[in-house]
Design a protein around this ligand. Structure first.
Ligand SMILES: [Ca+2]
Length: 419
């Protein structure tokens, strides 16, 4: 009780330092000083919140036993130092979408998945029966997230999340995750010492953030622990449960590669512009392999997906594609999972259409393009430097208005032309 006002005072002082941007006037706190502030913050700031959430003192102390700050993590704002501008991040190059599908990565996840499809056939069948998600989809996610357990997940989750919640650019988000991590220990789902995470605080083989773990992790092998670190059945069941809870539709595929005739604009892309498969077919869209869409899909809704605009393969995807995006917001991630699942299931080969040599732009170029589009009244989905479907189709609409054939993807000329 005596320490609490001190903690407030400390934070007020830190606040003044930050507000003045005064790194040149006062030296930043030394590491031992920051470490001491962290220990005070744990005791006086975090503990009351954890206690209110039902976390016992014993569980709290167990979680933070021996935990110190990790100064090597990215995106930290050391108390007393001015926050770094995210300049470096913005100047990174936005790689062409094709880079995401390097043969090496695709082949590694595919071959690892093919082996495990046989090895864990019984468990995968039980997982699919319970949650409706095919084994190949679950395997592809497992492989992508943690290389089927081969990727090391070395960090103490409480050190990572504690450091981030104490002094990172998005500390409120990490604070929520840290409290969730404490609830995991409190509930006895796993011991604190076993909670290993990535440098970003993602847990175990499915790489769940702690709030996701609380909602979606399951004990599929029935030993009483939701052990997504060591148990393969728990890992597979938890991934499928996650997708099921986000609305995965049993019996439906994720999507199909298609040919899109020039008469169909690439600006028809997106989850809010769905049409029945029959309607897409009527527009002249057909599968690249010459096979018809499954008859069960005829009346169901499908969505046009063109991750590289006219410079790459096109797809009609189902709602399940957007469920995959709940795992990771990127279109390319969801497409990677769907594509690898097809390869595991059918021995399918690469995409029929090639990826064009687009790219070479910086994220800052794309962000300024997005701002320019918004100024002209187009929806770019936010100036984040990533050309998502809203940016792509707005480029297409702008091009059509200029009397140009829409490509629906940023390039240097477009960045120069739209200002
Ligand atoms: Ca278990």
């Amino acid at each position: 009780m005596i320490l609490r006002p001190l903690s407030f005072a400390l934070r007020a002082v830190i606040g003044v330092f930050l507000a003045l941007g005064s790194t040149n006037v006062w030296a930043a706190a030394s590491k031992p000083e920051v470490e001491a502030q962290f220990q005070q913050w744990l005791a006086n700031d975090l503990w009351p919140e954890a206690k209110a959430k039902g976390v016992s003192k014993a569980a709290f102390d167990q979680a933070f036993s021996g935990v110190t700050l990790n100064f090597d993590l990215p995106d930290l704002v050391i108390p007393g130092e001015k926050a770094q501008t995210p300049q470096k991040q913005v100047q990174t190059e936005f790689g062409s979408p094709g880079k995401y599908f390097s043969e090496k990565t695709v082949n590694n996840v595919t071959s690892g998945g093919t082996v495990r499809a046989g090895q864990y056939a019984r468990i995968l069948k039980a997982v699919e029966a319970k949650y409706g998600v095919s084994g190949e989809i679950v395997l592809a996610i497992w492989g992508r997230e943690s290389g089927y357990r081969s990727v090391k997940i070395p960090y103490n989750a409480f050190a990572v999340l504690g450091t981030k919640a104490f002094m990172a650019t998005r500390k409120d988000m990490f604070r929520e995750e840290l409290v969730a991590a404490l609830e995991i220990v409190q509930n006895g789902y796993i011991s604190a010492g076993s909670m290993k995470s990535s440098w970003a605080g993602a847990l175990g083989q499915p790489q769940f953030m702690p709030t996701s773990y609380l909602e979606h992790a399951v004990d599929f092998d029935g030993d009483g622990k939701r052990d997504i670190w060591n148990s393969v059945p728990d890992t597979l069941g938890s991934i499928a449960h996650y997708l099921a809870q986000y609305g995965w539709q049993r019996g439906r595929d994720w999507g199909y590669e298609v040919n899109v005739p020039q008469s169909v604009s690439c600006s028809l892309e997106g989850p809010d512009q769905g049409k029945s498969f029959a309607a897409w077919q009527k527009l002249g869209i057909a599968r690249v392999n010459g096979q018809p869409f499954p008859s069960s899909e005829t009346k169901q809704e499908g969505f046009l997906l063109m991750p590289a605009g006219r410079h790459g393969p096109a797809f009609i995807v189902t709602k399940n594609f957007y469920v995959l995006k709940e795992y990771n917001m990127s279109d390319l991630y969801a497409l990677f999972i769907g594509h690898v699942s097809d390869r595991i299931a059918h021995g399918a080969t690469g995409f029929t259409a090639g990826w064009g040599d687009v790219g070479g732009l910086n994220r800052s170029d794309i962000a300024s393009l997005q701002r320019a589009l918004e100024k002209k009244g187009y929806d770019s989905g936010g100036a984040d430097g990533f050309p998502g479907f809203k940016t792509r189709r707005s480029i297409g609409d702008w091009q059509a208005k200029q009397g140009k054939a829409p490509t629906c993807f940023p390039d240097k000329d477009i960045v120069t032309a739209i200002r």
